[in-house]
Design a protein around this ligand. Sequence first.
Ligand code: PLP
Length: 434
Amino acid sequence: MAASKTKQEAIEGFRDHVSSGKAAFFEKYGMDFVMGRREGPYYWDLDGEKRIFDCHTNGGVFNLGHRKPELIELLKKSLDDLDIGNHHLLSRERADLARFLAGLLPADLTYTVFGVSGGEAVDLAIKVARAYTGKTGIISARGGYHGHTGLALAAGDEKFRAPFGPPAPGFVQVPFGDATALAAAAGDQTAAVILETIPATLGIVIPPPGYLEEVRRLCTERGILLILDEVQSGLGRTGKLWAFEHFDVVPDIVVLGKGLSGGVYPISATVLRKPLESVFHKDPFIHISTYGGAEVGCRVARRVLEISSSSDFLAQVDTLAAAFSERVRKLQEKHGGFLTGFRQLGLMMGLKLKDEISGPLLTKTAYDHDLLLIYAGNDTSVCQFLPPLTTRLEEVDWITERLDKAIASARKLKPLLKMKRALEKFRSSSKSER
Ligand SMILES: Cc1ncc(COP(=O)(O)O)c(C=O)c1O
């Protein structure tokens, strides 16, 4: 069916004024979807014909589903008496939220600096680590992802940095899961190790047994700070409020973002152990974020934390996780040549596929079967599988039935795709020989 005029204008406007590359990409793969109505786990196309179940949730932004009515109401009500507020002044809303957060975190993780995005919160974590230790070295995981702002970008992968000029100094990357490599990279000048508790963009890699504990031990022994990025893995995604609770570790700095927004008002947080706050004693105005911890967003974030930390909510995540595990393992038996593994901690799930073209392929066939699944950017043999934490148990069958069909379609398409690629390769090599 031809797109309506409204949708056509949206596509053209996006192509001509936002991103010509993205518009071309989605056109090429027959995914001419423009986000329209959204509710619960669903997005509808702007034309209202196609509805997709969100199994990506924008990395956890929509942990509680889309436009959760309670959060919308709270945001609207907050606008009766609040606005963004002034970052220089004292704020009851920020104080309430930070106090609540401190109560949910272990040890003396009691001070919060608010930001807008995850990348900004990571930048601040690295700044604090450097100021506190007086050192500059930062170790991160190869294939890890912390955002695209300055220091977060520097801690991430080369491919995201390469076109944008000389790299920031002081950053080293080591393989995730290899404590020996980390120990070898750590030196006198190392200020911090930053890791995602479960690296999402690397393909939902579950830390090997004892790894995070060994990293913690090493950091403590050498006076290095441990920053855990829980932007995707925190807030109940794994069945515990914080993913690091599955391991016997307490970080020095925790970074939160995405889901804290409730999907309706952007906010991020860098939570520091109490002594680290001293870096702001001399000059408390040395770090500024105009919109960081915007007051209207604070009330929403506090409610998100209340919901996500309740024991019933976390128990339901475990119930859903068990249901997905059972269904996906059956799919693995059926499609073993394609679906080669299942990575899971709670609802932080990754479908490990046969090879690097399988992730993009399944993304496309899942879309054709009304599921939004997106392959992991730094390991395209994995599809991230991150449904809302509020998914209903009855929906698990529906999702996995669609997944079954999507995998079957991908398996059928794969030989064709391989042939097409081989042909393209042959054509380009014979052109260059001429
Ligand atoms: C683990 C992790 N950290 C940080 C970020 C950056 O967050 P933002 O895009 O809000 O800057 C992301 C974004 O995907 C992420 O997945």
